[in-house]
Design a binder for this molecule. Structure first.
Ligand code: ZN
Ligand code: ZN
Length: 358
């Protein structure tokens, strides 16, 4: 990863915002700009960048950090970083993630004469467009997690609990080398399938009905994210129609992905299909989101999103319909925006799978 090139891009954004420096405290942003993967670190992004951490990370920082001088703080790295700002006039801070306590500490350590400017989303804007190394890492995470899907389904039987199924998946993922899961695994069966975010519960799988399966792994620091909905036993005609409508919406969303299109237009393309199928009011969330070092990052793919898609962005397309009393369906792939259109990264099939006891 070319950390110096990323920092150079950030410096141009800081110039636009008339900032002398940015105190980068959000750890995924620190990692993106410097390579540091530990849990305590602050990067003072400036023409002469300085990275601050504490004594636990002396060795790791020396090994990992690129493009910045390393300072080991006695005490709080943030306080030491604040004192380093002497002589600067306008210093940005990451207002979305800095706590109020940290902000007060910053004010105290910096003293008068330095203006603290809220500056959220600058590094996130850069992170939205992935470079070649990141796309490679994301491909590996997507491939590794997708390979788990079919073997996982072998454990699906009436009476098995959702948490046990989640545990099976997570064990297989770790065994295959994943650093962890991108988020708590969703296994939402039976009447829980119409909860759009049904994290695996102690409920046992019923004999009949949809099961929404949404999971991802972290590999090489990068997240994957996919959803498939399978059906336990034979799906009724009405269930097949519902599944077909969600699949059609998902394909319409994918087809709309192209550089120059807004994320809002992609959302609308998927939403329109479900509205036409009279499922619009059961589609209660956004069509997708960016994925990278974090499971949810820029751009948001939702109603009215004005973000213009650019080659290198990686987004999910995941429409769903959740009809109380009937069932819930969601289908999600990760999609790379290319110079000419899109590439679907998730290789798992999407025809409705019925899981039968054997
Ligand atoms: Zn997901
Ligand atoms: Zn997602």
């Amino acid at each position: 990863m070319n950390y110096r090139a990323r920092q150079a891009k950030l410096l141009r954004l800081l110039e636009e915002q008339k900032l002398d420096a940015l105190l980068v405290t959000h750890l995924p942003n620190v990692r993106y700009l410097s390579g540091f993967t530990g849990s305590a670190g602050v990067l003072l992004a400036a023409p002469r960048a300085v990275f601050f951490t504490d004594g636990r990370y002396t060795e790791q920082a020396r090994q990992q950090v690129q493009g910045a001088r390393v300072t080991i703080a006695k005490g709080s790295p943030l306080a030491v970083a604040a004192r380093q700002c002497q002589g600067l006039k306008r210093v940005g801070y990451e207002a979305d993630t800095l706590t109020v306590t940290q902000f007060h500490a910053l004010q105290q350590e910096m003293g008068k004469g330095i203006r603290l400017v809220p500056a959220s989303g600058l590094v996130e804007r850069l992170r939205a467009v992935k470079d070649a190394g990141e796309i490679e890492a994301i491909r590996r995470a997507v491939e590794s997690s997708s390979a788990l899907f079919r073997p996982w389904l072998k454990h699906f039987k009436p009476g098995v609990t959702e948490t046990e199924l989640a545990a099976r998946l997570e064990f297989m993922a770790r065994k295959a080398g994943a650093e962890g899961m991108s988020f708590p695994t969703i296994v939402a069966s039976g009447e829980r399938s119409w909860l759009p975010h049904g994290v695996a519960s102690p409920a046992a799988l019923p004999a009949q009905g949809f099961v929404v399966l949404d999971y991802g792994i972290v590999l090489g620091g990068y997240c994957s994210d996919m959803t498939r909905t399978v059906h336990l036993g034979r799906a009724t005609a009405a269930e097949q129609v519902m599944y077909g409508a969600v699949l059609e919406a998902q394909l319409a969303g994918i087809s709309a992905v192209a550089p120059g299109t807004t994320a809002g237009e992609v959302d609308l393309a998927a939403r329109k299909v479900l509205q036409k199928a009279k499922l619009g009011r059961y589609y209660t969330h956004s069509t997708g989101h960016g994925v990278g070092l974090e499971i949810h990052e820029a751009p948001r793919v939702g109603t009215g999103s004005q973000t213009v898609l650019e080659p290198g962005m990686v987004i999910t397309i995941e429409p769903g319909a959740y009809v109380p009393g009937k069932g819930g369906v969601r289908i999600e792939d990760m999609v790379l925006v290319t110079a000419t259109g899109y590439e679907v990264l998730t290789p798992v099939g999407k025809t409705l799978l019925e899981v039968h006891e054997n």
